[in-house]
Design a protein. Structure first.
Lengths: 435, 645
């Protein structure tokens, strides 16, 4: 007598899966045809089915059907190696859609890629996108092919084309920004990541037509809070229309125009925006703002009551501009962060600033690095710090301040920090007790 | 108060650790910011240099343009002079031309020099740029390495700190929890105690009031009686009134007054009681509120535990699966074991058969085929073994010395199986007699089954009264036998019937036992056999229970005997016999070679024979032809030739 054992060595009558399991598997397999089945499930069951869903399901099925969870986590991890969910509000779904749209836009070649690609995705992802971080924008490819064919005429061609043809270049954000109804942050950089040997300056700058397109796009996007356009060669001429359209924007809080070539005229329009808008953070580091621009900014700053953060690193404010800004701080009671590093300032500014510091009670962080403050400035600052109890960070590296003064400044800073922490801890304890 | 005192050092500790971490963070981040600032400084320097170079260049260009402007002015002037003076001599013209040419060449030379300078400057800047780029990459690499180190350090420190804080918090939470629980328990206990006291008081008061009411009732009874008397007396008085016409209303009034007073007193006491009840109700409400607060607090804490329950659920699910798989594995193991055993046995059988055939055919010894089962060890695979079976084996061991019972067992074996156990319950004829019999049976059982109990227990039981002894012993025996207490009457019934059966079988001595004082009691010597058969039947009935237990027993089965068992299966043919086979094989092979040699020789011989016959035929034909052609002399020759062989 022999007992027949099945061909599959793992098969056994005892291992027959439960009916609920089979049903879940079936729903997961046929979700494309029977979406209503999935919709009726309880949230718990939905969660348990998510690991079973196929990743190759079309986006128009899953986008509004599957809630945030394991499925989107799998989607993200399949496409990208590094997935830091904390940058996306701890939502896998948001991360997926944001990065998906970013990829599409970054690989969009104007006049070649069909705009339909983006139009198809927009209605699916508009509910989930809160931030767009565009790190590159491509140009139409034909121009560079032509340029390589006849090298001698390249310069001539370029100058001709820049006037008429080139202006039509980059991706137009108009429709995208109107569609995305929850967009809060918008980061832009007009550059190309891997240009190789095709390098041309025109690849790394915003054009006039781009500016015009952006101004109309910003008017349509009412929810925007953070705007960041970096490394795009924005000059005074392009800066003005851009900022003018943001002047009466209802929600803009943070503006970042660092690493551009804004000069005094641009700084003046920034100052105008400061006095009319509700900006809380302004970052214009690594531009070419000079004395006059700084004075305009200082004027705006003294009348402003919303700005908390101002970054003027690596400009050419010099002593006169520095003095103006320092004096503006006398009237200002909101600014908490000020960066004046690398601005060709000397001890004159330091003396003025130290007078202000004795009275100011809001400024928490001050950065004066890479300015030639010298011993006089250091002494003035050290004396000022004795009377100040709010400043918790003060960067005075590379400023030629002698050691005793810098040590005393650092000591005062450390004491302020300790007091701050204690206050924080006490507050936290109070809140926990009330809870 | 205690909690605050405890939490103080904790706060300090937390503050310290926070400060330490912040310091560390600051120290570590200074490196990064240092590089950043160094970069900024470099940038500023570069800007300054660039501005200077720009200014220089501008100056050079300015100089150049002014000088070239001068020269061109001169040229133009010369030209105009020359052209305005048409009478000039050709020599002069030539001279002027030369001068112009010189000036031109000077301008061109200047321009070229400037262009060269600029080109050189450009080249220099290019090289500079490339070198700075290279330097930057190197620095970046160094930075990355440093930062990685730092990250490692930071993570380590953070982890340590985290572990410390976590352990501390955990301890505190547990302490707080236990404290809260204790407090709650205490409060609750106090509450209940108070409640109980109050209730007792109320009870007492109630009793008092009852008594009072009773007294009042009695009093009122007296009053009624008095009224009765009064009525009588009134009649009498009326009679008397008729006679005397004196006033009799006075006592009636007095009584009424007394009655109302009593009522008032009662009402006030009732009010008092009501007020007290209300107060108590309010107090209960307060306590309830406190209790609800506590409950809320605990609900909050339990919310935090729901997460854990989810995990536990998951764990349960996995556990179930594991159990499921274990069951499946056990079953499959069993199946595979049995199948393989069957197969191996089959093979062994075949080997034995072949062996016998070989021995019969080759050695002629009519060795009978040895029985496989005699050679084999018993299979160690007993899939399950319950407690009752263990007891049964024990019983077997005990029985073996008592041979007489074994015989009995053999004779009764068949009947025992036929003896069907009825579930319908024993049908008693006489209840009273039965109880006696049961008691006696119990005693008997205890006495006979002593060996199942441990000696210690027996010693402990020795001083007790016999009845108690039997009770305890019976319990332990039943437990060891795996019989339920409820089955006890069944057992006794079975024993009685067993006895009857025995008597029927044996026939004689029936009378004697009937007349004996011990009624139909079973003989003490037969108790063991009877019990055993009872247990067997019981075990049939409880096979479903075994089903469950065997799953686990199969898991925990003893695998020490497996090797021996399989070895015995493998060595079913003894070593000498195998050797014998080998030698036989060798001789057979030799024999085979000899035989093949012989067959080859035979073939050769046949070939030769064929050749011989062919030759002879040829000779025959030749001789015939010779006979026909040759002269008679030849014929003689031929005949002679024929006669030769």
């Amino acid at each position: 007598m022999r007992i027949i054992i099945a061909e599959d060595p793992n098969w056994s009558l005892d291992l027959v899966p439960s009916l609920s399991n089979l049903c879940q598997r079936c729903i997961a397999d046929t979700i494309e045809d029977h979406q209503h089945l999935f919709e009726k499930l309880t949230p718990q069951l939905k969660d348990s089915i998510q690991p079973r869903l196929s990743l190759s399901l079309p986006l128009h099925v899953t986008a509004n059907l599957v809630p945030d969870g394991v499925f989107w986590k799998r989607c993200c991890q399949q496409r990208w190696n590094i997935c830091d969910i904390s940058h996306y509000g701890h939502s896998w779904k948001r991360m997926f859609f944001e990065r998906h749209l970013e990829n599409l836009i970054e690989l969009f070649v104007p006049e070649e890629t069909e705009f339909k690609v983006i139009l198809d995705v927009l209605p699916l992802c508009k509910n989930y996108i809160k931030r767009l971080n565009i790190t590159q924008l491509l140009l139409p490819s034909r121009k560079f092919v032509k340029g390589r064919d006849d090298d001698q005429h390249e310069v001539v061609m370029l100058t001709n084309e820049e006037e008429d043809d080139m202006a039509a270049s980059h991706f137009d954000f108009g429709i995208v920004l109107t569609e995305l109804i929850h967009l809060e942050e918008f980061h832009l950089a007009y550059k190309i990541k891997q240009c190789g040997m095709n390098f041309e300056w025109s690849m790394f700058q915003i054009t006039d037509r781009d500016c015009r397109a952006l101004t109309t796009a910003f008017k349509a996007c009412k929810t925007l809070k953070v705007l960041r356009i970096r490394q795009s060669q924005i000059d005074d001429k392009k800066c003005r229309p851009l900022l003018r359209c943001l002047m009466d924007h209802p929600s803009l809080i943070e503006l970042d125009l660092s690493h551009n070539i804004i000069r005094d005229a641009g700084a003046r329009s920034v100052a105008e925006l400061l006095s009319k808008g509700q900006l809380e953070k302004l970052n214009i580091c690594n531009n070419e703002i000079d004395i006059h621009g700084a004075k305009a900014l200082a004027q705006a700053l003294s009348n402003n009551s919303t700005l908390q953060y101002l970054n003027l690193r690596l400009n050419q404010v010099k002593d006169e501009g520095g003095e103006a800004i320092a004096e503006a701080l006398q009237n200002n009671t909101t600014l908490r962060y000020l960066h004046l590093g690398g601005n060709d300032m000397t001890s004159i500014t330091a003396v003025v600033l130290s007078k202000v510091l004795q009275k100011n009670e809001t400024l928490k962080t001050l950065n004066l690095s890479c300015n030639n403050l010298g011993e006089i400035g250091g002494k003035a600052l050290a004396e000022a710090m004795v009377h100040n109890s709010t400043l918790t960070e003060c960067d005075i590296r590379q400023t030629d301040i002698d050691e005793t003064n810098s040590a005393s400044i650092n000591k005062a800073i450390w004491d302020n920090q300790c007091a701050d922490w204690d206050k924080e801890v006490q507050q936290r304890r109070k809140s926990t007790i009330y809870l | 108060m205690e909690g605050k005192e405890e939490s103080k050092p904790r706060e300090d500790q937390e503050r310290e650790s926070g400060q330490r971490i912040k310091l560390l963070q600051k120290d570590l981040s200074t490196l990064v910011t240092n590089t950043q600032i160094a970069c900024d400084a470099k940038m500023v320097l570069q800007r300054r240099l660039r501005a200077k170079a720009q200014a220089k260049r501008l100056a050079v260009l300015e100089n150049d343009s002014t000088s070239s402007q001068e020269k061109s002015d001169e040229i133009l002037k010369g030209k105009s002079e020359n052209f305005t003076n048409p009478k000039a001599i050709s020599e002069d013209l030539q001279k002027a031309l030369k001068k112009q040419q010189e000036l031109y060449s000077a301008i061109i030379h200047d321009k070229k020099a400037i262009i060269n300078d600029l080109l050189q400057a450009l080249k220099f800047q290019d090289d500079n740029y490339a070198s700075t780029l290279r330097k930057n990459t190197e620095e970046i690499n160094v930075m990355i390495a440093r930062m990685e180190d730092q990250i490692k350090l930071m993570t380590k420190v953070y982890r340590e700190e985290l572990a410390q804080i976590e352990s501390r918090h955990r301890q505190e939470i547990s302490i707080l929890l236990t404290k809260d629980k204790e407090e709650l328990d205490r409060e609750l206990k106090r509450l209940w105690d108070e409640e109980l006291e109050r209730l007792n008081e109320r009870k007492k008061k109630l009793e008092e009031y009852k008594r009072e009411v009773h007294e009042i009732g009695q009093e009122s009874n007296y009053v009624f009686n008095a009224l009765d008397y009064e009525r009588c007396s009134r009649i009498l008085a009326q009679e008397r009134q008729q006679k005397k016409n004196t006033n009799s209303n006075l006592p009636l009034k007095m009584k009424k007054h007394l009655y109302t007073e009593k009522q008032e007193v009662l009402l006030t006491t009732l009010k008092n009681i009501k007020g007290r009840i209300n107060r108590e109700a309010r107090e209960i409400e307060k306590l309830k509120n406190i209790y609800i607060d506590h409950q809320k607090k605990f609900a909050k804490q339990s919310i935090a535990l729901t997460d854990y329950t989810q995990h536990i659920e998951k764990h349960e699910r996995i556990k179930n699966q594991v159990r499921h798989f274990a069951a499946a594995d056990a079953r499959r193991f069993e199946e595979v074991w049995l199948m393989i055993e069957e197969e191996v046995k089959h093979l062994a059988q075949r080997a034995l058969a072949i062996d016998s055939v070989i021995s019969q055919q080759l050695y002629g010894s009519p060795e009978s085929q040895t029985d496989l089962n005699l050679l084999l060890l018993s299979s160690p695979f007993r899939p399950w073994k319950t407690r009752t079976e263990i007891v049964q084996t024990e019983l077997q061991l005990v029985e073996s010395p008592a041979e007489s019972h074994v015989e009995n067992l053999d004779t009764t074996g068949s009947t025992e199986e036929e003896l069907v156990f009825t579930d319908s319950g024993p049908e008693w004829e006489d209840e009273k007699l039965n109880e006696e019999m049961q008691d006696e049976l119990r005693e008997l059982l205890c006495n006979e089954m002593d060996f199942l109990m441990e000696a210690k227990i027996l010693k402990l039981l020795a001083p007790l009264v016999t009845e108690e002894q039997t009770g305890v012993k019976l319990g332990s025996i039943l437990y060891t036998l795996g019989i339920d207490e409820k089955d006890l009457p069944k057992l006794t019934d079975f024993l009685v019937r067993y006895k009857d059966q025995q008597n029927e079988l044996t026939g004689e001595s029936h009378r004697a036992s009937v007349t004996s004082t011990s009624l139909d009691l079973i003989h003490p010597n037969h108790v063991l056999c009877a019990l055993k058969s009872f247990l067997e039947q019981q075990s049939f009935r409880s096979s479903s229970a075994q089903e469950l237990s065997r799953l686990w027993l199969a898991h925990a089965r003893d695998s020490s005997k497996d090797a021996a068992y399989w070895n015995s299966l493998g060595n079913i043919i003894p070593e000498e016999r195998v050797k014998l086979w080998d030698s036989t094989l060798r001789t057979l092979k030799q024999y085979h070679t000899v035989l093949t040699d012989i067959s080859e020789l035979i073939k050769e011989q046949e070939c030769l024979k064929k050749g011989n016959t062919g030759l002879r035929l040829k000779i025959d034909s030749m001789s015939v032809s010779v006979y026909h052609t040759s002269p008679p002399g030849g014929n003689v020759c031929f005949s002679l030739f024929l006669a030769l062989p």
